[in-house]
Structures are given as structure tokens and as C-alpha cells.
Design a protein around this ligand. Structure first.
Ligand SMILES: [Zn+2]
Length: 307
């Protein structure tokens, strides 16, 4: 594991496996850990770091989604609060998520000095723009389906960062396990999230953080371009140019499998009429410049569900 970013408020730990990121936030009021991952020693090191900075602050855990690599470290912590989407809390197949952790641990002969449990939430994000305040620390949450159905993103206001879950990685094209329509909508929504919350840095679940707006906008365009190129290929039966992917993304031998899964899922979607292909389609409609003015004074209702 390495620390790939550190400033007074934010530390990003990156696992040796899958370049999985755990973000630890420290403000005057709160310590927040997002997606504690992945190997037991790495999780314990994050836990020790949190213990040293915690003091009397409230400790919150946030889960961006329920994929095994993002939930494996849950029980190493004693949080005051656990944030997740309502969809993640109501996952009908929690056992399957846990089995994925157990299978991973068995594959690599990993034992963990803490139990493997499905995260138990205390704050549930059930719609876009839900806010939570801890003292002066303000967070806004957005639902982010598409990669998985239970994804969510969070913006930490005074730090100007968005933690995006498994979107906008610089080392992965979209992995679509849920729905390509939902995936496109989530990518579309990012500019709105930006306009309402104003963040510059974006931290993906895997790979390098994006430190500028232009960088994450570029990743967003690339993700959309991938999805629409795959749609075009499925609808017109012109084979997808896979080599263009391997020029752009590393780890071909693993990512090929993800590309095949995307192809299978989106072919099923096409056969079910869930999207159609317009030969005149252009990505331009996604690139209209979005408003850059600071709208921090927008008022939201804080009507989130809390137990
Ligand atoms: Zn992941």
C-alpha cells in the first residue's frame, strides 16, 4: 500500500491490489473513511492512522457501493455512523457480496483479524442532493447507479472533493454491471453535481485521483465515448476496435474480461430494446460547457433518513 495523496484534510491510501483507493478525511469535526480496503495489513494500517488522528472526533464510514473490494475492511473500524445508499442497505443478496469477499480471501489464502460482515448503515441516501452536516463539515450525496445499482457519490464541501466510487478511473473504462442507461445518466449528472456543490478534485475507486476539473471532464468524455462506441458496434454489427482500448488502458489481460462482460450485458440490453442507436449520434450534446460560477449558496433541504 502507498499513500498517493496527502494534504491537511485528505489522505488517500492506495492498495497494492487493483489500485483500490481508501480516502481518509479529517476536519475539525469529523474523521471520515471512505471504502476501507483491501488487504488485512493495509486495512489495519488505515485503522491505526485513523486512531492517531481521531481524538474526540466523530468517526464516519462511507461506502460508495457494495462490491467486495470496497466493503472488505468494514469490521476493522468502530464508527459512530455508517453512510450508504438505501439501495445498498436493501441489497437483496448481501450474502453474495460477502461470498465474493470470502472467495477472494480463499483465492489468495488471506485471513483477516476482523470479521467479514455486510456494512450496517445508520444513514441512508435515498435521493440526489441529500445532505449531512457534522459541525462545520458538510457532505452532499448523490445516487450513482450504472456500475452497480447501489452506487453513490459524496462531495465534501470545504475540501472541494468528490469521491466517486467506481467511476472516472484513469485505469479502467466503465465496468457496467447494472445498466448502461443508468451509467450514462450518472456521468451526465456529474456536471450538475459540480454546479451545485463546486468541487475540483475527484477521487475514483481505483487509480489516480483527478486534481483538476479538466482532468475529470476528460475522463467523463472518454467513458461516454467507450459506451457509445460499444453501442454503435452492437447495433451496426461492426466489430468494436479493441486495440483502441489497449492503447488507452493498461492491464489488458484482466480488462479484456470486463470488456466482454460489458459487451454481453449491453447486447442483452439492445435485444430487450432498452436503448436504440441513432446513426447521427454525436457526443457533442454531452460537452456543452457547464456553468462554472460558484453556487455554494444554493439551499437544499436536509431531509435525509437517519435512524
Ligand atoms: Zn471497485
Amino acid at each position: 500500500m502507498q499513500i498517493i495523496f496527502r494534504d491537511p484534510g485528505v489522505t488517500i491510501f492506495q492498495s497494492a491490489l487493483f489500485q483500490t483507493n481508501t480516502t481518509v478525511i479529517r476536519t475539525d469535526d469529523a474523521v471520515i473513511v471512505v471504502d476501507p480496503a483491501l488487504l488485512p495489513d493495509e486495512v489495519l494500517e488505515i485503522r491505526r492512522y485513523v486512531d492517531t488522528i481521531r481524538g474526540k472526533r466523530h468517526l464516519s464510514l462511507i461506502f460508495t457501493h457494495s462490491d467486495y473490494d470496497h466493503i472488505a475492511g468494514y469490521k476493522a473500524f468502530n464508527p459512530d455512523r455508517v453512510f450508504m445508499s438505501k439501495v445498498m442497505a436493501e441489497n437483496p443478496d448481501k450474502e453474495q457480496a460477502l461470498e465474493a469477499v470470502r472467495k477472494f480471501d480463499d483465492d489468495f489464502y488471506i485471513t483477516r483479524p476482523y470479521p467479514i460482515q455486510y456494512p450496517e448503515g445508520s444513514f441512508f441516501v435515498f435521493r440526489d442532493g441529500v445532505q449531512y452536516r457534522q459541525g462545520h463539515t458538510k457532505m452532499t450525496f448523490y445516487q450513482a447507479p450504472g456500475h452497480t445499482a447501489d452506487g453513490m457519490m459524496v462531495v465534501i464541501w470545504q475540501l472541494g472533493i468528490c469521491i466517486a466510487g467506481d467511476y472516472l478511473s484513469n485505469i479502467e473504462f466503465p465496468f457496467i454491471y447494472d445498466s448502461s442507461n443508468a451509467y450514462v445518466e450518472t456521468l451526465e449528472k456529474l456536471t450538475l453535481i459540480h454546479d451545485r456543490n463546486w468541487f475540483t478534485k475527484l477521487i475514483p475507486g481505483h487509480g489516480d485521483p483527478s486534481m483538476t476539473i479538466n482532468e475529470w471532464l476528460k475522463r467523463r468524455t472518454e467513458a461516454l465515448a467507450y459506451i457509445f462506441a460499444l453501442r454503435e458496434s452492437i447495433a451496426t454489427k461492426v466489430p468494436f476496435d479493441e486495440n483502441s482500448l489497449w492503447d488507452r488502458y493498461p492491464f489488458k489481460r484482466s480488462l479484456q474480461e470486463e470488456h466482454r462482460k460489458n459487451l454481453a450485458l449491453m447486447t442483452r440490453e439492445y435485444e430487450q430494446g432498452l436503448w436504440t442507436w441513432d446513426p447521427d449520434f454525436s457526443l457533442d450534446k454531452f460537452e456543452e460547457p457547464f456553468e462554472m460560477d460558484n453556487k455554494n449558496n444554493l439551499v437544499f433541504e436536509a431531509d435525509a433518513e437517519e435512524e
